[in-house]
Ligand binder design. Structure first.
Ligand SMILES: CC(C)(COP(=O)(O)OP(=O)(O)OC[C@H]1O[C@@H](n2cnc3c(N)ncnc32)[C@H](O)[C@@H]1OP(=O)(O)O)[C@@H](O)C(=O)NCCC(=O)NCCS
Length: 220
């Protein structure tokens, strides 16, 4: 997540706004529109411009933003970020899912996946969830679906994540999902004027498939 900036972009036009509200359709081609993925606790779907106020509330708190690239600080900033995610998805570079708990309509967080090389052979993922929903199991539920998406739909073979060493929950979550810590990237992340060390965590497609058999019923 730390290497996955919240991008700022051009002001959102009315046409973009209309297109964005229509983009939450399920399709086999994720570049046209992200699939809607349904888990046991949350649904993952394409971001909508109307998610901006909720995401501002959820992700701009100090405890959430402490170890990630600074999120936008206004609703308009989040709208520009959301419009940027749609353009990057259409270009085939990146996917960003909204996390929506069952029984709710508003986004409480995001999962992002971006290619680290053309063709998505290696990719990086990142995530942030409103702190009211930490420790609820929603991260694990969403993470499994995003990793399945990366390996099964996008055909990534190596999925990387970077977490500041000081980020206990971020590293704990990655360890719990089964990622392997490969090393420490020394002073690799500039945050609040200070360079922080990051842990590099990876999941390989074959390891994930083997792990799914252990969880049961998830083999394709
Ligand atoms: C990262 C994030 C999405 C994880 O979601 P979550 O609901 O907090 O994750 P979980 O509670 O399922 O898992 C975190 C694990 O870390 C453990 N943990 C918490 N603090 C810890 C610490 N200081 N050291 C080690 N492990 C810690 C938790 O106990 C938990 O493991 P457990 O379920 O076995 O007890 C969420 O914390 C978040 O949005 N954080 C802010 C944004 C962020 O830092 N993103 C990650 C960048 S890599």
């Amino acid at each position: 997540m730390e290497k996955m900036p919240f991008r700022d972009a051009q002001p959102v036009t009315k046409l973009q706004a209309v297109m964005a509200t229509r983009s939450n359709t399920t399709t086999s081609d994720w570049k046209q529109a992200l699939p809607t993925l349904t888990g046991s606790m949350v649904t993952l779907r394409e971001l909508r411009l109307s998610d901006a106020p909720a995401l501002l509330t959820m992700l701009s708190t100090e405890e959430v933003a402490r170890f990630i690239s600074p999120p936008p600080t206004t609703v308009e900033g989040f709208e520009r970020f959301i419009a940027w995610t749609h353009r990057e998805r259409a270009a085939g570079n990146y996917a960003c899912f909204a996390v929506v708990p069952h029984g709710m309509d508003t986004a409480i967080g995001i999962f992002q996946v971006r290619q680290l090389e053309p063709g998505f052979g290696t990719a990086e993922w990142g995530f942030a969830i409103g702190s009211a929903f930490w420790g609820t199991g929603m991260f694990m539920d969403g993470a499994r679906m995003v990793i399945d998406f990366a390996f099964d739909t996008v055909k990534t073979h190596r999925l990387e994540a970077r977490a500041a060493v000081l980020n206990g929950r971020g590293n704990g979550a990655l360890r719990k999902i089964g990622a392997v810590q490969e090393g420490i990237l020394r002073k690799s992340f500039l945050r609040n004027g200070e360079y922080l060390d990051q842990a590099l965590w990876t999941i390989l497609d074959e390891d994930w498939r083997a792990q799914r058999t252990v969880w049961g019923g998830r083999v394709h």
